[in-house]
Write a protein that binds this ligand. Structure first.
Ligand SMILES: [Zn+2]
Length: 173
């Protein structure tokens, strides 16, 4: 970016020199000289415009690279959970929350955690709106050694969901 920025500065300086030249050119009174000055002005404007565009695009590219680098770093922290989905992980390496949207990872290298969209095992991507079912949500209990609590919670969540499904079947038939 600094090279392009310096290029813009140099071209800007050239344009100032050109403006000065334009003031003295009437002493020469030569049509061709004026035409050349005009061509030079056009070229300088074009160069400045191109440099500015390149500078803008590079800023966008740099931001995109930062986003991808950050995502790759986070991808290293992803773990596999049930259904072979990828999850963000807790410091102890256990999955936490809903899975990462496989579609967004595949297409845009974007780590988007799914959000519940109905039953406990139904989730939707807040970015691409794709739905996934069934999925498992891993709960956190906030403590370091709470694996058994976590399992118990998950089991109780699964059980209550099964009971809810059973209720639906009974009511539905
Ligand atoms: Zn998605």
């Amino acid at each position: 970016m600094t090279e392009i920025g310096a290029g813009i500065t140099a071209v800007s300086h050239g344009m100032k020199v050109l403006a000065w030249l334009r003031q003295v050119d009437k002493n020469y009174d030569a049509a061709e000289f004026k035409l050349k000055i005009s061509e030079l002005a056009d070229a300088l404007y074009d160069a400045k415009d191109a440099l500015r565009q390149a500078n803008d695009r590079q800023s966008v590219d740099a931001a995109e690279i930062e986003r991808l680098k950050s995502n790759f770093k986070r991808k290293g922290e992803l773990v596999r959970g049930e259904g072979n989905y990828q999850y963000f992980s807790k410091p102890n390496g256990k999955p936490i929350g809903y899975p990462i949207c496989p579609r967004c990872v595949e297409l845009e290298c974007r780590m988007v955690e799914l959000k519940q969209s109905g039953y406990y095992n139904e989730a939707e991507c807040p970015v691409c709106s794709k739905s996934y079912n069934p999925v498992t949500c891993y709960y956190s209990d906030g403590s370091e050694d709470g694996d058994s609590d976590e399992k118990a919670r998950r089991k109780s969540s699964e059980q209550s969901a099964k009971i809810a499904e059973l209720g639906l079947k009974i009511n539905g038939s």
